[in-house]
Design a protein around this ligand. Structure first.
Ligand code: GTP
Length: 397
């Protein structure tokens, strides 16, 4: 395997008024163009954050719940704090709700709430209605190496309570610690847990509650993949991003492309072809290589900046005629592509199309920022109206 990692790569000129048009790849080496209309980057509700119908904040909650020692804190530490899986052996039990903002370190913006193992819904000091009301996703972690009868009844109680308060929550069940199980055993456990959990809901006449199941472990990439899917469901512009990726790869002779949040290694979108775990793992490894090499060789002594910047790019040639190509999209996002060596000969074309892709993504982000600003203004106005008894005074300009 050979690799080139270039943190000082000069990009094409960013012409402000340049038409958004993507050149496309075909076997005849022709270059044609697609117009703005083909690149549908419209945003239905105009927010590239997360849908949060309950508050003016664009940051929904992701709750981590489950029995004691099921692995909740480990998941959070490994995915968002780069803790090595072995270090989680020394984590102390969580005894109060730990809230963490994930928005400062990466584009993917939400709050994670890590709950202590045993939550008592009947405890009057625990305002679960308030908590569930602003929740986007509830992740329930089940330890697959332990007896899960109690976990299933806890799952049922939690889900039914949460659903009553907020039927829009996505319910995600992580069948966790599967590293100790054989492949057959994993499938068998998943089938059994799936059946029992859904039977419990059917018995309570709550079949309409949809549970999604994932086999996870902190000792491989499965936890990152599962988290990626949880997060993707909360991005209202996902179809737009997928659409842009589809157009980009089909016009550039690329086989697969992922849009990654570099800090967490969560992929926020990919094209519509199926994801295979090995490809995803290779992408994660590539991001690690780029960040590590950039940290060692990319930062000068007086430079306290980030090892990942707008000039970051990398090419890795695998020994099976596949090329991996990574490029910076925004401060927090990278595009990682898989393509055949012969397609990579048309790198100029790919770079041009990438340039158009990046512009389109930027437009989607700009809409998000605009909407965030107007939401903030709106909530400030509401607040100032509430502050004056007759509501006649508006917000000072
Ligand atoms: N084998 C294996 N062990 C894991 C995995 N995830 C977590 N663990 C271990 O499970 C134990 C409990 O993990 P925690 O993260 O503290 O569990 P928790 O759910 O936060 O526990 P409480 O804070 O008590 O609710 C630790 O020893 C972890 O190392 C996994 O994927 N595989």
């Amino acid at each position: 395997m050979t690799s080139e990692v270039n943190s000082k790569y000069s990009e094409e000129e960013d012409g402000e008024d340049e038409a958004l048009a993507m050149a496309y790849y075909d076997d005849d080496d022709d270059l044609d163009t697609l117009t703005d209309g083909d690149l549908d980057c419209s945003c239905e509700d105009g927010v590239l954050g997360f849908s949060d119908p309950f508050s003016s904040e664009v940051k929904p909650r992701i709750l981590l719940m489950g029995l004691r020692r099921s692995g909740k804190s480990s998941i959070q530490k490994v995915v968002f704090h780069k803790m090595s899986p072995n270090e989680t052996l020394f984590l102390e039990s969580t005894n109060k709700i730990c809230r963490e903002d994930v928005s400062n370190s990466s584009f993917v913006s939400f709050q994670i709430w890590d709950f202590p193992g045993q939550i008592d819904f009947f405890d009057p000091t625990f305002d679960y209605e308030m908590i569930f009301r602003g929740t986007g996703a509830l992740i329930f972690v089940i330890d697959s190496q332990d007896d899960y009868v109690e976990a299933l009844s806890r799952l049922h109680l939690t889900v039914t309570r949460a659903y009553k308060v907020n039927p829009d929550i996505n319910f995600e069940v992580f069948i966790h610690k599967v590293d100790g199980l054989s492949d057959d055993h994993k499938i068998e456990k998943q089938r059994d847990i799936h059946k029992r959990a859904n039977d419990d809901l059917a018995d309570a006449a709550l079949e309409r509650i949809h549970l999604s199941f994932y086999l996870t472990s902190i000792y491989d990439h499965s936890i990152f993949e599962a988290f990626s899917k949880v997060v993707q469901k909360l991005i209202p512009q996902l179809p737009t991003l997928e659409n842009l990726l589809n157009i980009f790869i089909s016009n550039s002779g690329i086989e697969k492309a992922f849009l990654f949040d570099v800090v967490s290694k969560i992929y926020i979108a990919t094209d519509s072809s199926p994801v295979d775990m090995q490809t995803y793992e290779l992408c994660c490894d590539m991001i690690d290589v780029v960040i590590d090499i950039s940290c060692i060789y990319g930062l000068t002594g007086d430079d306290a900046g980030s090892p990942y910047d707008k000039e970051s790019m990398a090419i890795i040639r695998l020994n099976n005629t596949t090329v991996m190509y990574l490029k910076e999209v925004t401060k927090f996002l990278a595009l990682v592509c898989f393509l055949r060596e012969e397609s990579f000969e048309r790198k100029g074309l790919i770079d041009y199309n990438f340039h158009c892709f990046r512009k389109a993504i930027q437009e989607v982000f700009d809409v998000r920022v605009k909407v965030q600003r107007s939401r903030k203004l709106l909530s400030q106005r509401r607040w100032s109206k509430q502050a004056t008894p007759n509501g006649t005074q508006g917000l000072p300009h």
